[in-house]
Ligand binder design. Structure first.
Ligand SMILES: CC(C)(COP(=O)(O)OP(=O)(O)OC[C@H]1O[C@@H](n2cnc3c(N)ncnc32)[C@H](O)[C@@H]1OP(=O)(O)O)[C@@H](O)C(=O)NCCC(=O)NCCS
Length: 196
């Protein structure tokens, strides 16, 4: 059976959880953690969407997501951050499907984009297999310290355009995100998926 995923808007009272996930040593190599005030800004500022990801049979909090550029006049929405504590169970894929649907259907994005560290092979494989196309590399643009070794990693910029997303929908590649809970009666800002 495939995983169930739900997004709900992050509240200020969730930020202890968000920061604990963000600073977990399993996630730190792949992200640049924010100060609490940056998260507070993202919760409040309308250009952002900050969500808690709930998943599994009990819909427990398993991570968080930040979108940026939601009011961008270029209709270019950024997947700023995606961090899940439960890894390797298909929840990341379910989440990316839901976020694509949100970006293109609800936020009317023309381009949905992200950057990912070259060393992050898991996230890279996920984004590639979900239709994101590499745009280019920002060479050695982030400093990384792993096991005491100091160095640089490159950022890979990837994007998906609305016509590319619609082609995937037509091919049935996005079908897992089309659940009844996503219909017009679904409450605003609450997004749910039963991935099939
Ligand atoms: C990246 C992340 C969101 C992926 O979520 P996940 O639930 O672990 O991923 P899934 O189980 O849905 O797996 C998706 C795909 O990733 C790839 N993958 C999974 N584990 C992998 C691993 N250990 N190594 C390489 N690729 C891997 C596979 O292609 C997999 O698809 P498949 O199982 O159908 O072959 C999650 O692992 C995470 O939060 N990591 C730390 C923070 C992070 O890297 N965020 C992204 C920053 S851009």
């Amino acid at each position: 059976m495939n995983p169930r995923i739900r997004l709900r808007p992050t509240m200020l009272s969730d930020l202890d959880f968000v920061i604990s996930v963000e600073t977990d040593s399993r996630n730190l190599p792949f992200i640049t953690p924010w100060e609490r005030t940056q998260h507070e800004g993202a919760v409040r500022f309308p250009d952002f969407r900050h969500f808690i990801v709930e998943g599994g049979a009990d819909l427990a909090s398993i991570g968080f997501v930040i979108l940026q550029g939601c009011r961008n006049p270029q209709r270019s929405v950024e997947l700023k951050r995606l961090v899940l504590q439960t890894k390797g169970q298909g929840l990341g894929r379910a989440c990316v499907r839901l976020l694509k649907q949100m970006a293109f259907r609800d936020l009317h994005a023309h381009r949905f984009w992200l950057d990912v560290k070259q060393l992050n092979t898991r996230a890279l494989a996920l984004y590639l297999s979900e239709g994101f196309v590499e745009e280019g590399r920002l060479r050695e643009s982030v400093r990384v310290v792993i096991d005491g070794a100091d160095g640089y990693d490159s950022l890979i910029v990837m994007s998906l355009l609305d016509r590319e997303y619609q082609a995937r929908v037509a091919l049935g590649l996005e079908s897992a995100a089309l659940s009844a809970a996503e219909g017009p009666s679904a409450p605003q800002n609450l997004h749910e998926e039963d991935a099939r």
